[in-house]
Design a protein around this ligand. Structure first.
Ligand SMILES: CC(C)(COP(=O)(O)OP(=O)(O)OC[C@H]1O[C@@H](n2cnc3c(N)ncnc32)[C@H](O)[C@@H]1OP(=O)(O)O)[C@@H](O)C(=O)NCCC(=O)NCCS
Length: 169
């Protein structure tokens, strides 16, 4: 299977901030941004694998700066690293003040997607070839994040085994 460059999965979406995405602090509602992050990351995963993909996990989403209605919101995502059937996708959220032109990183996130074959089983995906310094940095540091993810997955499984699903009444 041929490896792919990050740029082949690069996906970019720029939007205005409309009133229906605003929270009670007059800034962008975090839940809307989370949905946009998952949405764009899923397109990067599909572009990289050219297979149906599901979100396996989201490491974290860091809301670094608030986004206001004066800003545009630009989400950029690409696959940084691939295991056998899973892919790490990085999403960078840039807020741009449309009046001043000032740009800032508003949020970042790492997500993992798993590709499926026609029988709904995890399917192999191409490896990643990083090119830019950012891509190389994220690619080189990915295996450490993957190890942390395995630990957290195990902890989540243990928690799920411990939790009761019966109704409390
Ligand atoms: C994610 C899922 C496909 C894993 O299936 P599984 O049969 O347990 O698969 P495996 O244990 O063989 O793991 C397959 C790959 O996914 C990775 N993976 C599985 N769960 C993961 C998690 N929570 N975080 C990161 N990677 C994960 C594994 O490390 C493995 O990677 P590799 O092939 O690159 O080495 C399955 O748990 C699932 O379908 N979950 C629901 C997904 C979903 O519905 N998402 C939508 C959001 S609600």
């Amino acid at each position: 299977m041929e490896s792919k460059h990050c740029i082949e999965s690069l996906t970019i979406k720029t939007s205005r901030v409309f009133p229906n995405d605003i929270n009670n602090h007059s800034t962008l509602f975090g839940g809307s941004l989370m949905s946009w992050i998952d949405d764009i990351a899923s397109i990067s995963a599909a572009r990289h694998s050219r297979k149906p993909c599901v979100t396996a996990s989201i490491d974290s989403i860091h809301f670094i700066q608030p986004i206001t209605q004066k800003d545009s919101v630009c989400l950029e995502s690409y696959v940084t690293w691939a295991g056998n059937t899973s892919m790490e996708v990085f999403v960078k959220v840039i807020a741009e003040n449309l009046l001043s032109g000032e740009r800032k990183i508003a949020a970042t996130s790492f997500l993992t997607f798993v590709a499926f074959d026609v029988n709904g089983k995890p399917a192999r995906v191409p490896k990643v070839i990083p090119e830019s310094s950012e891509e190389k940095y994220l690619h080189e540091t990915a295996s450490v994040r993957a190890d942390h993810r395995k630990e957290r997955r195990q902890q989540s499984k243990e928690l799920a085994d411990y939790l009761k699903v019966e109704k409390p009444w």
